[in-house]
Design a protein. Structure first.
Length: 122
């Protein structure tokens, strides 16, 4: 039986320290990253191509709102409160033309982003 990765105490999720240092497993050589753009918002997905400010992502989600962390913290440890996150549905491919930051995710960060249910405009 493997050790648990998280623990909840008083509605606060705690993550094992060693779980936050494992890089997300690349898929076909592509890293899972968070991309911050100047005008196009924040996206997360597999980096297929990167040239200057142009980044093409596969299996990408737009992150409208996240909770409890900076983007760097989100990439490493994931969100602190899933119910306060608003993430768009996954798109097969997107190219953003104004990327200003590429943050590789750990396995924990990637899992946190992927498991958030799709936000639907009410």
């Amino acid at each position: 039986m493997s050790a648990p990765e998280t623990l909840m105490i008083n509605d606060v999720k705690y993550i094992r320290e060693d779980a936050t240092t494992v890089p997300a497993e690349p898929v076909d050589g592509m890293r899972y990253c968070i991309i911050r753009c100047r005008n196009a918002g924040v996206h997360a997905g597999y980096v297929k191509h990167h040239s200057g400010q142009e980044v093409t992502l596969l299996k990408s989600r737009r992150l409208w709102r996240w909770h409890g962390r900076t983007l760097s913290g989100l990439a490493i440890e994931g969100t602190t409160n899933e119910s306060h996150c608003k993430y768009a549905p996954e798109v097969p491919e997107i190219t953003v033309l104004d990327a200003c930051e590429i943050i590789p995710c750990t396995d924990q960060g990637k899992k946190s982003i992927i498991q958030i249910k799709e936000w639907e405009n009410e």
